[in-house]
Design a protein around this ligand. Structure first.
Ligand code: IPD
Ligand code: CA
Length: 265
Protein backbone atom coordinates (compact mmCIF):
# COMPACT_ATOMS: atom_id res chain seq x y z
CA UNK A 1 0.00 0.00 0.00
CA UNK A 2 2.67 2.50 1.05
CA UNK A 3 4.77 1.64 -1.97
CA UNK A 4 1.78 2.11 -4.29
CA UNK A 5 1.17 5.50 -2.74
CA UNK A 6 4.86 6.30 -3.14
CA UNK A 7 4.80 5.33 -6.82
CA UNK A 8 1.92 7.72 -7.37
CA UNK A 9 3.63 10.53 -5.41
CA UNK A 10 6.82 9.97 -7.41
CA UNK A 11 5.15 9.92 -10.82
CA UNK A 12 3.19 13.10 -10.13
CA UNK A 13 6.12 14.91 -8.49
CA UNK A 14 8.37 14.22 -11.48
CA UNK A 15 5.70 15.46 -13.92
CA UNK A 16 5.02 18.52 -11.78
CA UNK A 17 8.76 19.23 -11.62
CA UNK A 18 8.92 19.17 -15.42
CA UNK A 19 6.05 21.65 -15.56
CA UNK A 20 7.67 23.99 -13.02
CA UNK A 21 11.00 23.80 -14.83
CA UNK A 22 9.31 24.62 -18.17
CA UNK A 23 7.68 27.66 -16.61
CA UNK A 24 11.03 28.67 -15.12
CA UNK A 25 12.61 28.62 -18.58
CA UNK A 26 9.74 30.66 -20.06
CA UNK A 27 10.17 33.33 -17.35
CA UNK A 28 8.71 33.66 -13.88
CA UNK A 29 6.32 36.36 -12.73
CA UNK A 30 5.18 37.15 -9.21
CA UNK A 31 1.40 36.69 -8.99
CA UNK A 32 0.88 37.98 -5.45
CA UNK A 33 2.36 38.55 -2.00
CA UNK A 34 1.28 36.48 0.97
CA UNK A 35 2.27 36.88 4.64
CA UNK A 36 4.76 39.70 3.90
CA UNK A 37 6.22 41.69 1.00
CA UNK A 38 8.97 39.08 0.55
CA UNK A 39 6.63 36.08 0.74
CA UNK A 40 5.66 35.71 -2.90
CA UNK A 41 3.64 33.33 -5.00
CA UNK A 42 4.25 32.97 -8.74
CA UNK A 43 1.79 31.87 -11.41
CA UNK A 44 3.89 28.71 -11.68
CA UNK A 45 3.33 27.84 -7.99
CA UNK A 46 -0.43 27.98 -8.56
CA UNK A 47 -0.40 26.19 -11.86
CA UNK A 48 1.84 23.42 -10.52
CA UNK A 49 -0.39 22.90 -7.48
CA UNK A 50 -3.51 22.78 -9.68
CA UNK A 51 -1.79 20.17 -11.86
CA UNK A 52 -0.84 18.00 -8.84
CA UNK A 53 -4.29 18.37 -7.31
CA UNK A 54 -6.07 17.34 -10.50
CA UNK A 55 -3.79 14.30 -10.98
CA UNK A 56 -4.36 13.18 -7.39
CA UNK A 57 -8.12 13.72 -7.56
CA UNK A 58 -8.20 11.59 -10.67
CA UNK A 59 -6.12 8.76 -9.18
CA UNK A 60 -7.45 8.85 -5.60
CA UNK A 61 -10.76 10.71 -5.51
CA UNK A 62 -11.54 9.86 -1.86
CA UNK A 63 -8.35 11.29 -0.34
CA UNK A 64 -8.03 14.71 1.29
CA UNK A 65 -5.71 17.49 0.11
CA UNK A 66 -3.59 20.05 1.95
CA UNK A 67 -1.48 22.28 -0.27
CA UNK A 68 0.25 25.63 -0.04
CA UNK A 69 -1.63 27.45 -2.77
CA UNK A 70 -5.26 26.29 -2.65
CA UNK A 71 -8.01 25.49 -0.14
CA UNK A 72 -7.66 22.35 1.96
CA UNK A 73 -10.22 19.61 1.48
CA UNK A 74 -10.88 16.62 3.70
CA UNK A 75 -11.50 13.20 2.21
CA UNK A 76 -13.26 9.99 3.14
CA UNK A 77 -10.35 7.51 3.22
CA UNK A 78 -8.42 8.93 6.20
CA UNK A 79 -5.50 9.79 3.89
CA UNK A 80 -4.43 13.32 2.97
CA UNK A 81 -1.93 14.48 0.37
CA UNK A 82 0.29 17.25 1.68
CA UNK A 83 1.77 19.23 -1.19
CA UNK A 84 4.21 22.05 -1.74
CA UNK A 85 4.14 22.61 -5.51
CA UNK A 86 7.32 24.70 -5.42
CA UNK A 87 9.36 24.68 -2.24
CA UNK A 88 12.10 27.28 -2.48
CA UNK A 89 9.98 29.80 -4.37
CA UNK A 90 12.56 32.56 -3.90
CA UNK A 91 15.27 30.37 -5.47
CA UNK A 92 12.81 29.60 -8.29
CA UNK A 93 12.15 33.32 -8.79
CA UNK A 94 15.85 34.16 -8.98
CA UNK A 95 16.80 31.23 -11.20
CA UNK A 96 18.78 29.46 -8.50
CA UNK A 97 18.56 25.77 -9.47
CA UNK A 98 17.63 24.59 -6.00
CA UNK A 99 13.88 24.29 -5.58
CA UNK A 100 11.60 21.27 -5.30
CA UNK A 101 8.20 19.73 -5.69
CA UNK A 102 7.25 18.05 -2.42
CA UNK A 103 4.42 15.53 -2.16
CA UNK A 104 3.58 13.43 0.91
CA UNK A 105 0.62 11.31 1.89
CA UNK A 106 -0.32 11.08 5.55
CA UNK A 107 -2.82 9.10 7.60
CA UNK A 108 -5.01 10.68 10.29
CA UNK A 109 -5.82 14.34 10.81
CA UNK A 110 -3.67 16.44 8.46
CA UNK A 111 -1.78 17.88 11.43
CA UNK A 112 1.96 17.16 11.84
CA UNK A 113 1.47 16.72 15.59
CA UNK A 114 -0.63 13.59 15.10
CA UNK A 115 -0.37 12.43 11.49
CA UNK A 116 1.49 9.32 10.35
CA UNK A 117 3.43 9.97 7.15
CA UNK A 118 3.10 6.98 4.81
CA UNK A 119 5.08 8.06 1.78
CA UNK A 120 6.84 11.14 0.48
CA UNK A 121 8.73 12.33 -2.56
CA UNK A 122 10.85 15.44 -3.12
CA UNK A 123 12.03 16.25 -6.64
CA UNK A 124 14.52 18.91 -7.71
CA UNK A 125 13.76 19.20 -11.43
CA UNK A 126 16.96 21.19 -12.05
CA UNK A 127 19.28 18.42 -10.88
CA UNK A 128 16.94 15.54 -11.70
CA UNK A 129 17.29 14.31 -8.11
CA UNK A 130 14.32 12.31 -6.86
CA UNK A 131 14.23 11.63 -3.12
CA UNK A 132 11.62 9.22 -1.87
CA UNK A 133 10.60 7.22 1.17
CA UNK A 134 7.78 4.95 2.23
CA UNK A 135 7.31 4.34 5.96
CA UNK A 136 9.28 1.28 7.00
CA UNK A 137 10.93 0.85 3.60
CA UNK A 138 13.93 3.19 3.78
CA UNK A 139 14.81 6.39 1.94
CA UNK A 140 16.22 6.64 -1.56
CA UNK A 141 17.87 9.10 -3.91
CA UNK A 142 16.84 7.63 -7.23
CA UNK A 143 17.65 3.95 -6.73
CA UNK A 144 20.35 4.54 -4.13
CA UNK A 145 19.48 3.82 -0.50
CA UNK A 146 20.21 6.76 1.81
CA UNK A 147 21.84 6.76 5.21
CA UNK A 148 22.55 9.83 7.35
CA UNK A 149 26.18 10.85 7.88
CA UNK A 150 27.89 9.18 10.85
CA UNK A 151 27.93 10.92 14.23
CA UNK A 152 30.28 13.89 14.56
CA UNK A 153 31.03 16.36 17.29
CA UNK A 154 28.90 19.47 16.91
CA UNK A 155 32.04 21.51 16.28
CA UNK A 156 32.48 19.42 13.09
CA UNK A 157 28.84 19.51 12.01
CA UNK A 158 27.53 21.28 8.91
CA UNK A 159 24.09 22.56 9.87
CA UNK A 160 21.31 23.76 7.60
CA UNK A 161 18.61 26.15 8.67
CA UNK A 162 16.13 28.60 7.20
CA UNK A 163 14.39 31.85 7.95
CA UNK A 164 10.72 32.78 7.87
CA UNK A 165 9.12 35.63 5.97
CA UNK A 166 8.30 37.96 8.90
CA UNK A 167 10.90 40.56 9.91
CA UNK A 168 10.39 39.92 13.64
CA UNK A 169 10.83 36.17 13.25
CA UNK A 170 13.96 36.76 11.16
CA UNK A 171 15.50 39.02 13.78
CA UNK A 172 15.13 36.20 16.34
CA UNK A 173 16.41 33.57 13.91
CA UNK A 174 19.41 35.72 13.00
CA UNK A 175 20.31 36.26 16.66
CA UNK A 176 20.14 32.51 17.30
CA UNK A 177 22.22 31.59 14.27
CA UNK A 178 24.85 34.16 15.28
CA UNK A 179 25.34 32.23 18.52
CA UNK A 180 25.34 28.86 16.78
CA UNK A 181 27.83 29.73 14.03
CA UNK A 182 30.98 29.73 16.20
CA UNK A 183 29.98 26.36 17.68
CA UNK A 184 29.63 24.34 14.47
CA UNK A 185 31.65 23.65 11.29
CA UNK A 186 29.46 26.04 9.30
CA UNK A 187 25.89 27.00 8.50
CA UNK A 188 23.99 26.59 5.23
CA UNK A 189 20.85 28.50 4.27
CA UNK A 190 20.02 26.78 1.03
CA UNK A 191 16.45 28.08 0.72
CA UNK A 192 14.38 24.92 0.32
CA UNK A 193 13.35 23.17 3.53
CA UNK A 194 12.27 19.92 1.86
CA UNK A 195 15.70 19.59 0.24
CA UNK A 196 17.45 20.50 3.51
CA UNK A 197 15.76 17.48 5.06
CA UNK A 198 16.71 15.29 2.09
CA UNK A 199 20.30 16.56 2.37
CA UNK A 200 20.38 15.35 5.98
CA UNK A 201 19.18 11.97 4.67
CA UNK A 202 21.95 11.96 2.05
CA UNK A 203 24.70 12.96 4.51
CA UNK A 204 25.19 16.33 2.76
CA UNK A 205 24.27 18.10 5.99
CA UNK A 206 24.90 16.78 9.50
CA UNK A 207 21.75 18.42 10.75
CA UNK A 208 18.97 20.88 10.01
CA UNK A 209 16.61 22.90 12.15
CA UNK A 210 14.04 25.59 11.51
CA UNK A 211 11.22 27.39 13.29
CA UNK A 212 7.97 28.29 11.59
CA UNK A 213 7.78 25.93 8.62
CA UNK A 214 4.42 25.02 7.13
CA UNK A 215 3.28 21.37 7.08
CA UNK A 216 3.82 21.10 3.30
CA UNK A 217 7.45 22.26 3.65
CA UNK A 218 8.43 19.30 5.82
CA UNK A 219 5.90 16.47 5.34
CA UNK A 220 7.80 14.55 2.65
CA UNK A 221 11.36 15.59 3.57
CA UNK A 222 10.89 14.63 7.23
CA UNK A 223 9.92 11.09 6.22
CA UNK A 224 12.92 10.84 3.88
CA UNK A 225 15.24 11.99 6.70
CA UNK A 226 13.67 9.65 9.28
CA UNK A 227 13.84 6.65 6.94
CA UNK A 228 17.53 7.40 6.38
CA UNK A 229 18.15 7.13 10.13
CA UNK A 230 17.77 10.74 11.26
CA UNK A 231 16.02 11.67 14.45
CA UNK A 232 13.33 14.07 13.31
CA UNK A 233 11.47 15.87 16.07
CA UNK A 234 10.18 19.08 17.59
CA UNK A 235 11.27 20.40 20.99
CA UNK A 236 11.86 17.81 23.75
CA UNK A 237 11.06 14.74 21.69
CA UNK A 238 7.66 16.03 20.57
CA UNK A 239 6.75 15.44 16.93
CA UNK A 240 8.09 17.95 14.43
CA UNK A 241 5.52 20.64 13.76
CA UNK A 242 5.34 24.03 12.15
CA UNK A 243 6.64 25.44 15.43
CA UNK A 244 9.98 23.64 15.31
CA UNK A 245 11.71 20.87 13.43
CA UNK A 246 15.14 19.40 13.96
CA UNK A 247 16.58 16.53 11.90
CA UNK A 248 20.01 14.96 12.33
CA UNK A 249 21.85 11.76 13.08
CA UNK A 250 20.55 10.96 16.61
CA UNK A 251 23.62 11.97 18.67
CA UNK A 252 24.09 15.15 16.62
CA UNK A 253 20.36 15.85 17.05
CA UNK A 254 20.66 15.56 20.81
CA UNK A 255 23.68 17.86 21.01
CA UNK A 256 22.14 20.42 18.65
CA UNK A 257 18.85 20.46 20.51
CA UNK A 258 20.65 20.92 23.80
CA UNK A 259 22.59 23.89 22.46
CA UNK A 260 19.52 25.50 20.88
CA UNK A 261 17.60 25.05 24.13
CA UNK A 262 20.47 26.72 26.02
CA UNK A 263 20.39 29.67 23.58
CA UNK A 264 16.65 29.92 23.93
CA UNK A 265 16.53 30.18 27.72
C1 IPD B 1 10.25 28.21 2.29
C2 IPD B 1 11.51 27.41 2.07
C3 IPD B 1 12.64 27.96 2.93
C4 IPD B 1 12.28 28.00 4.39
C5 IPD B 1 11.00 28.81 4.58
C6 IPD B 1 9.87 28.21 3.73
P1 IPD B 1 8.54 28.29 0.23
O1 IPD B 1 9.18 27.62 1.56
O2 IPD B 1 11.32 26.05 2.37
O3 IPD B 1 13.81 27.18 2.83
O4 IPD B 1 13.32 28.60 5.11
O5 IPD B 1 10.67 28.74 5.95
O6 IPD B 1 8.71 28.96 3.91
O7 IPD B 1 7.87 29.56 0.66
O8 IPD B 1 9.65 28.53 -0.70
O9 IPD B 1 7.58 27.25 -0.24
CA1 CA C 1 5.97 26.79 -1.76
Amino acid sequence: MNSELLNLARTIAVEAGELAQRRRIEGVEVADHKSSAVDVVTHADRETEAFIRARLADARPGDGFLGEESAAESGTTGLTWVVDPIDGTVNFLYGIPHYAVSIAVVEGEPDPLTWTALAGCVVNPETGEVYSAAAGHGAFLGEERLQVAPAVDLSQALIGTGFGYSADRRAEQGALVARLLPRVRDIRRLGTASLDLCFVAAGRLNGYYERGLNPWDHAAGALVAAEAGARVSGWSGRPATSEFILAAEPTVAEALEQLLTEFHS
